[in-house]
Ligand binder design. Structure first.
Ligand code: SAH
Ligand code: TMP
Ligand code: ZN
Length: 406
């Protein structure tokens, strides 16, 4: 039993993954002994509709000077954020001398588009290593966790904002009321909040349970975002589905009454009712699908091992920490994980300790199978890995079902 982060109703987990390590906590052998674990469990609140973690990890354990996720490792995501920034400029930066704020700005993947266009901007990024990469690109960045107090000091120094943006960060913030209160303070009368995160509807439809890990405290839907907005004098005015990260939703909010509410909001609310996102039974069914997915993946990997096949992981994603630990995927089943991020290479994956090796090691000796941990980048990866497939290599996926892909 725990208490809802949004409305304080008492809630019960519908799914427990057992002990989990920090999803981005890639580590060296001398750190194995002190590795931190917590209980990963998710709950649904029938009152405000928020799906959420029932036990939280302190933010300083996850976001710090050695944060392992550098946004700009994906070319497709750079393009995505260029389009996101263009959409903001065209639709919402219509007043003179506009000001844009982004939280979780990471290495500047989105903000670089505003900086290059000489638009007044501020990135807020607590993980100081990635924040420095952004500064080196000429992006104004403060290394702090965003909250209501920081919002007030930004207003005092820079004035109010035309657009407040966040991608894959709102869902990281359990003290979400402070963020929404900060947004309310920070926005100009016609200012907007636009944020995108993995969408609960996609998680339920695709059984993409690997979206569930320590950093993702909240799993948004139009219903839960509307509830939150309402509590802060804000309003959900538009929703735009995004194909990134395995199915995301962009939510657009403004001060209540500042803009008309689009038909897309009404349509999505209706679709969520149809999908059963308001019903506990839906989450019980999700648990059953997750357990089946785990059993299928484990059975496949054991068969391949029995057949003497070499299996290598592709992409040491944060999501893969849930999959490897929950399914018991140890180095005897997956030889190593190939990843292009220098800070992860030479280290071991959290919990199950599979070695993470640089990409050239994948190419120099192709395995029989590549377990596609970075399935959310499947288009980009399958296009790039023609030679592997022509050499007889096969990709294994597990979303929405365990099987070969490509
Ligand atoms: N927006 C980028 C990065 C997402 S990763 C992208 O979509 O690729 C999430 C980022 O949010 C991390 O860099 C983390 O350090 C940052 N973050 C976590 N909590 C935050 C908070 N309270 N305020 C601002 N940024 C935060
Ligand atoms: P993400 O799913 O959280 O975006 O993380 C993607 C991870 O996969 C990141 O560590 C980089 C890695 N990666 C590769 O190794 N090769 C690739 O082609 C892509 C797109 C990602
Ligand atoms: Zn609630």
């Amino acid at each position: 039993m725990s208490v809802c982060l949004v409305c304080e109703t008492r809630i019960e987990p519908f799914l427990s993954f057992g002990k989990m390590p920090i999803a981005n906590g890639f580590l060296l052998p001398e750190q194995f002994r002190d590795e931190y674990f917590f209980e990963l469990k998710v709950a649904f609140c029938p009152n405000c509709r928020m799906v959420q973690l029932a036990e939280l990890v302190d933010r300083e354990r996850m976001f710090h000077e050695n944060y392992a996720f550098y946004s700009s490792t994906s070319v497709r995501m750079s393009e995505h954020f260029r389009r996101f920034a263009d959409w903001v400029r065209t639709n919402y930066l219509t007043e003179s001398d506009p000001f844009v704020v982004e939280i979780g700005s990471n290495d500047g993947i989105m903000m670089q588009n505003f900086a290059r266009a000489d638009i007044r901007h501020l990135g807020i990024e607590p993980s100081s290593n990635v924040a420095q990469v952004a500064r080196d690109k000429g992006i104004r960045t403060v290394s702090r966790f965003f909250d209501e107090d920081l919002a007030k000091s930004i207003v005092a120094e820079d004035g109010r904002a035309d657009a407040f943006l966040g991608a894959n960060v709102m869902c990281h913030i359990p003290y979400i009321h402070s963020v929404f209160a900060g947004v309310k303070t920070l926005l100009k009368p016609r200012g907007i909040l636009a944020f995108e995160d993995p969408y609960l509807g996609d998680i339920v439809e695709k059984t993409s349970y690997d979206q569930i890990y320590d950093e993702h405290a909240l799993y948004f839907s139009a219903a839960s975002v509307s509830y939150l907005a309402d509590r802060h004098g804000l309003e959900l005015i538009d929703v735009l589905p995004q194909p990134v990260h395995g199915g995301s939703m962009r939510y657009v909010l403004s001060h209540s009454g500042a803009y008309p509410i689009s038909d897309a909001v009404r349509a999505l609310r209706a679709k969520e009712e149809q999908l059963g996102l308001a019903k506990s039974e839906t989450y019980d069914r999700l648990r059953t699908s997750v357990e089946r997915s785990r059993d299928d993946l484990r059975a496949l990997l054991l068969t391949l091992k029995g057949d003497g096949k070499r299996v290598v992981g592709y992409g040491a994603t944060s999501k893969s920490t849930t999959v490897t630990n929950y399914c018991g995927i140890t180095p005897d089943l997956v030889e190593f994980i190939s990843d292009t991020t220098p800070i992860k290479q030479g280290k071991f994956s959290p919990g199950v300790h599979i070695p993470v090796r640089p990409y050239p090691e994948f190419v120099s000796r192709y395995p029989d199978f590549a377990l596609l941990f970075a399935w959310n980048h499947a288009d980009e990866i399958l296009a790039k890995e023609q030679a592997f497939q022509q050499a007889g290599g096969k990709f294994i996926g597990y979303v929405p079902k365990v099987g070969l892909c490509g």
